[in-house]
Design a protein around this ligand. Structure first.
Ligand SMILES: NC(=O)c1ccc[n+]([C@@H]2O[C@H](COP(=O)([O-])OP(=O)(O)OC[C@H]3O[C@@H](n4cnc5c(N)ncnc54)[C@H](OP(=O)(O)O)[C@@H]3O)[C@@H](O)[C@H]2O)c1
Length: 417
């Protein structure tokens, strides 16, 4: 089926969930129910979807509803045939997402999601890459806070390095510096499922530990080492750093982007991501506390009885931060790109988002990624892409113009803490 014969540009799959509803709210505000973008609410439960539509107000009354189930291949085939892009928030993806990816690949349908499940992405790439290249389906995982800021941040700071100095940086660092927000039940469920799978399956552990775990076959080595698990001092930012909870996902995505883009900074390019906690003594103490907290969460999450006990105190699927928390929220990531020869010519960059990272800002980023795949003239032709390799500049422009994300260059590393 050609793109012009498809009924919809975008279907928001999982619109009855916490994040899916936010994506729908954003699309409605941006394009109305029947403007230049034809879009629909999708999911498995008509009553819930009708309630979501009613909750969106009178402007949403004409929004179509597409029904299906993540387990029912016939309904997924019909969904994939009817739309140019499936924008899915149905997770944990490793549990509910594989058949949808297969359907999109088979029907040449573009796809974007919010997964951070590295082992599942690896499985999808290994299973479907060749067919996606043949059908032209562009499958883009990690279109939320993980990993758009990291992936586009590297793209931005490298473009600026080339523009100013005519060279690419051989080493980019990203530092999460400041954010405010909360977790939803769906995200907690995805994190716990990942810990559960890695606890019982050594192959999953191997993929998650491999710094090049998402790179294409034959291109899975380089100078970057395993993720750091301890506090470390950072000279460039003059502060202490702690391991960053999203780094295990973002670093893999950035390295896959480099490979898909043909190693624009050379095969020795290095990328490091951490959380900046600031100068001593508080910077060190904070970094030590974060490191211990992450180790405790990972330890407890991989032991079944402790995981079940923790689940009782965490938000249920469908629950998440309040509107007020989302609107008061924000995030900031800073980048340092080293110059290959001259220490004085290193560049500092900063990306900021105007809502909480996990939901308010993520919903806008995911919606813009879906619109970018549906509407923009992109070079990517089919296969498992990353945000930077498939949408790069076009997506950055959309985020700046519509989604409250700013990209800027700093003259120096402003202190944190
Ligand atoms: N990367 C990021 O930055 C980021 C940020 C936010 C969320 N996420 C991820 O996004 C996912 C969703 O999070 P959430 O908080 O929105 O979760 P949620 O509120 O639990 O929503 C899950 C959605 O999936 C639907 N669903 C579940 N099983 C299904 C099936 N078999 N067929 C069709 N639909 C099914 C649910 O439908 P019903 O309503 O009918 O049950 C619901 O619409 C999670 O994996 C989370 O980790 C990532």
């Amino acid at each position: 089926m050609t793109d012009s014969q498809r009924e919809f540009d975008v279907v928001v799959w999982g619109a009855s969930g916490f994040t899916g509803r936010l994506v729908a709210e954003y699309l409605l505000e941006r394009h109305g129910a029947s403007g230049t973008v034809q879009w629909a609410l999708g999911g498995r439960n008509r009553e819930k979807l009708e309630a979501i539509r009613a909750g969106l107000g009178a402007a949403a009354a004409d929004l179509p509803i597409v029904l299906g189930d993540g387990d029912d291949e016939a309904s997924l085939a019909s969904l994939a045939e009817r739309t140019r892009v499936v924008c899915t928030t149905v997770g944990p993806y490793a549990l509910y997402g594989s058949k949808l990816v297969a359907a999109c690949v088979a029907h040449g349908t573009d796809y974007c999601d919010l997964t951070g499940e590295v082992h599942w992405m690896r499985r999808m790439i290994d299973t479907h890459q060749k067919e996606a290249e043949a059908t032209g389906a562009r499958i883009v995982h990690t279109c939320g806070f993980d990993s758009i800021p990291s992936d586009l941040g590297v793209h931005f700071v490298q473009s600026e390095m080339r523009r100013r100095h005519g060279v690419a940086s051989p080493f980019v660092k990203a530092r999460a510096t400041d954010f405010s927000g909360g977790f939803s039940g769906g995200t907690i469920a995805s994190m716990l499922n990942m810990l559960e799978e890695s606890g019982r399956d050594p192959d999953v552990r191997r993929v998650m530990a491999d710094p090049y775990g998402l790179n294409p076959e034959g291109d899975r080595s380089g100078p970057d080492e395993r993720d750091r698990l301890a506090p470390a001092w950072d000279d460039d930012f003059a502060g202490w750093t702690a391991p960053f909870v999203m780094a295990g996902i973002n670093t893999r995505v950035v390295r896959r982007s480099q490979a898909l883009l043909g190693h624009p900074a050379g095969r020795d390019f290095r990328y490091d991501e951490a959380m900046l906690t600031g100068p001593p003594p508080m910077g060190f103490l904070t970094a030590a506390a974060i490191t211990a907290g992450m180790a405790a969460f990972a330890g407890a999450g991989s032991i079944a009885p402790l995981r079940r006990a923790a689940e009782r105190f965490l938000p249920d699927p469908g629950e998440g931060p309040s509107r007020e928390q989302r609107e008061r929220g924000y995030w900031e990531m800073r980048f340092h790109a080293a110059h290959p020869e001259d220490g004085e010519k290193g560049l500092f960059a900063r990306l900021r988002g105007d809502r909480d990272p996990g939901y308010g800002s993520t919903a806008k980023m995911l919606a813009e990624a879906a619109l970018c795949l549906a509407q923009d003239d992109l070079e990517a032709r089919g296969g498992f892409e990353t945000p930077a390799s498939s949408m790069g500049e076009a997506l950055a422009t959309r985020l700046i113009e519509h989604a409250g994300v700013t990209f800027s260059i700093d003259d120096t590393a402003e202190p944190v803490g």
